[in-house]
Design a protein around this ligand. Structure first.
Ligand SMILES: [Fe+2]
Ligand SMILES: [Fe+2]
Length: 331
């Protein structure tokens, strides 16, 4: 390949590389990170940082069917910053196909949530979450294919960060499907959904991944995560009051059997009811250390069979939304 500087090879003994989609690199923008191509197990420097990425670069890569480049793990934050500041343009760009956009939104949200979970009280991380939710809402609002693209790129291996992004995506899609069209409201709901499990950062990993049954003390700790989530987020003083509802109430159940307060139907905020369905559906359909993932239709059936635990109307809408080819605006 003519553009590749074969001379400068890096094996990055201890480092690792992250794939980046070609579509996420804006033409003629200056990149503050080195870009690599991959040949077998070797990563080769393609373009040094501080150089613009040109249309000619892109065309030549595509000619060789190269759709992904790589960055070194240590440049992850620079790439992430670049991505977040260009996200609005990427979503609005009609030349980028939906799946590529979905990949970019999903990957970027995943990296961001990892940062949030590492340092949930950092106001900058919460501000970035809000921007990310804003971009996700804009993307979801572009139409039915956006949600379907997101579904295709979602990871169904369970990690708290992938779970958070999945729950945010399902919640926003369900909210829109039930007729919530106001962008500000969707953003408040999306922020709460993305951060709903932030309180889990206070639970030891060993308990979260425990295969055997939990002791009473361990259950007590688990049941505290909605409240600790709100406490953590309040320290940053960055999010709207309404965004706290899904964080605090996503384990409350219609019949009062949930936690932390055992609230019933009317006492639960509608955003929390939406996030509760998204939460349980994602937890069932992703692979966990202690069990395999359930097929979507079986998960939906099991949720339905629990009768009276989730809001019936919302559950019906969710099933319609997840059904093949059934995305349409509510009538
Ligand atoms: Fe939770
Ligand atoms: Fe959750």
């Amino acid at each position: 390949m003519a553009d590749v500087h074969n001379i400068t090879k890096t094996e990055m003994k201890k480092g690792y590389f992250i794939p980046v989609h070609l579509d996420s690199l804006r033409i003629d923008s200056i990149l503050y990170f080195d870009l690599y191509t991959r040949k077998g197990i070797e990563y080769i420097l393609y373009r040094a940082s501080n150089l613009p990425f040109t249309e000619a670069n892109r065309t030549s890569l595509l000619q060789y069917n190269v759709k992904e480049l790589y960055i070194s793990g240590e440049n992850r934050h620079r790439y992430q910053e670049y991505l977040e500041s260009n996200m609005k343009e990427i979503i609005a760009d009609p030349t980028i196909e939906q799946t590529a956009k979905a990949n970019i939104v999903y990957d970027s949200a995943k990296l961001l949530v990892q940062d949030v979970l590492d340092n949930p009280t950092l106001p900058e991380n919460i501000r970035r979450s809000q921007d990310m939710v804003d971009s996700t809402v804009s993307f979801i609002l572009t139409g039915q294919t956006a949600f379907h693209s997101m579904l295709r790129v979602m990871s169904f291996d369970y990690y708290t960060y992938t779970h958070s992004v999945n729950v945010c995506t399902f919640s926003l899609a369900l909210a829109q499907f039930t007729g919530i069209e106001n962008k500000e409201e969707l953003c408040r709901l999306g922020t709460g959904a993305l951060l709903h499990d932030v309180g889990k950062t206070e639970i030891p990993e060993a308990i979260l991944k425990k295969r055997s049954s939990l002791t009473d003390r361990e259950w007590d700790l688990i049941r505290k995560h909605p409240k600790s989530g709100v406490d953590i987020l309040k320290k940053t003083n960055m999010i709207a009051e309404e965004s706290y509802y899904p964080v605090l109430q996503h384990h409350e159940r219609e019949d009062g059997s949930g936690y932390p307060l055992g609230l019933k139907s009317d006492e639960i905020h509608v955003h929390s009811k939406i996030v509760a369905i998204a939460d349980v559906y994602d937890a069932m359909t992703t692979k966990r250390v202690y069990r395999t993932a359930m097929a979507p239709y079986l998960a939906l059936k099991e949720v339905f069979d629990q009768g009276g635990v989730f809001d019936r109307q919302l559950l019906k809408r969710f099933t319609q939304m997840m059904g093949p080819g059934n995305w349409s605006k509510p009538t």
